[in-house]
Design a protein around this ligand. Structure first.
Ligand SMILES: *[C@@H]1O[C@H](CO)[C@@H](O)[C@H](O)[C@H]1NC(C)=O
Ligand SMILES: *[C@@H]1O[C@H](CO)[C@@H](O)[C@H](O)[C@H]1NC(C)=O
Length: 344
């Protein structure tokens, strides 16, 4: 299934800065390990591996207001220096013909070539110049569901997609499932969060019901928020580029014609794509940026270089091999395919 969404708008913005207000910035890798302060708070060794970017206050538990992220963090991997939020996703593995798994590294996006892995983060205020309300201290959310293995399930979330990169600048041809053919320049996972908030809850038990998609139309078409979630929030969007190039030899791919990449949560379909967010901008910085209409460069915000962002990191607390040729996924996650069928 081919989708378009706002990839065209984003590509246009990259070519013509000034056309649409949005922040686009790089955050290098902070740490890669099995921690998940939202789904399994306090557990050192969450079910699957994540890659995490942002401030170094990231921890196995990030309860609010016990942990005040902007005051705890002493550095951030993001180029906007006041952004000590944390953003994370699963990581990708290649499954070899002999059944072993090798981690797929992340690579920097266009314009951020010196970044140490990580991802590209966007905050778009709105496409019709409506005022948006920045996230509040303590706000957090998850989009997507790692249990999903069908397109029907994945459609509950509108904008979790993949781009098979022909070049690093390919920005169209998004699919809801993992690309089935060789992607010459890597696979980009696109994770767009809902843009309407209930205006009350900083979090909910499922980490999702306090946010919603526009009731009609889309965020990109300026669609109105539902009455249950009336507050327009910025569109948070992650681009994560997986460097699949070392695994592009067809002779290393499965003999049955399937594609060889599986997520760290055991998903061979791609439909379980998901992303996590814990807001942690200092003071009013994000609201100021959203109100200013700045585009990519934002003179209203404190910045640091990518090299400075690369210096920020966090000690790994779950000591295990995630990088060798592994006989099973870290945490022992079984791999499932279409409809949840156990494959391995
Ligand atoms: C992380 O949380 C643990 C347990 O709550 C705590 O002991 C530790 O000091 C925290 N680490 C950091 C870096 O804050
Ligand atoms: C499995 O295959 C990979 C990729 O070809 C290879 O690097 C690795 O050594 C193999 N492992 C075993 C145990 O044969």
């Amino acid at each position: 299934m081919q989708l378009t969404f706002n990839s065209v708008a984003v590509a246009a913005t990259l070519l013509a800065p000034g056309a649409q207000a949005l922040l686009r910035f790089s955050c290098s890798q902070l740490v890669v390990e099995r921690l998940d302060p939202l789904v399994t708070p306090g557990v050192v060794g969450s079910p699957h591996v994540h890659q995490i970017i942002g401030g170094n206050a990231f921890n196995s538990s990030m309860e609010y207001p016990k942990l005040d992220i902007p005051s705890e963090a002493t550095c951030t991997t993001c180029t906007f220096a006041d952004d000590t939020s944390n953003y994370w996703t699963a990581i990708l593995y290649f499954r070899a013909r002999n059944g072993t798994y090798k981690r797929v590294q992340q690579m920097p996006n266009s314009g951020f070539e010196s970044a140490k892995g990580g991802m590209t983060v966007y905050y778009t205020p709105s496409y019709n110049n409506a005022k948006v309300t920045a996230f509040k201290p303590g706000f957090r959310m998850i989009v997507g569901n790692p249990m999903y293995r069908t397109e029907a399930e994945a459609k509950k979330y509108r904008q979790l997609t993949y781009t098979c990169l022909d070049t690093i600048l390919t920005r169209s041809g998004e699919t809801m499932d993992m690309p089935k053919k060789v992607c010459k320049a890597g696979i980009m996972a696109n994770i767009r969060f809902p843009t309407c908030w209930d205006g009350k809850n900083l979090d909910t038990a499922d980490h999702s019901s306090h946010v919603a998609y526009p009731e009609s139309g889309t965020f990109e078409s300026g669609g109105a928020c539902p009455s249950t979630h009336p507050v327009k929030i910025p569109q948070l969007f992650y681009e994560v580029i997986w460097d699949t190039r070392p695994f592009n030899n067809p002779n290393d791919w499965p003999t049955d014609g399937s594609q060889p990449f599986v997520w760290s949560y055991g998903d061979a379909t791609g439909y379980g794509n998901h992303g996590d967010y814990v807001f942690g901008w200092k003071g009013e910085a994000l609201q100021t940026a959203m109100d200013s209409g700045c585009n990519i460069n934002c003179p209203q915000l404190r910045t640091q270089t990518i090299a400075q962002g690369n210096q920020c990191s966090k000690q790994v607390s779950v000591n295990e091999d995630i990088d060798g040729w592994l006989t099973e996924l870290p945490g022992g996650m079984p791999v499932t395919g279409a409809g949840g069928k156990v494959l391995y």
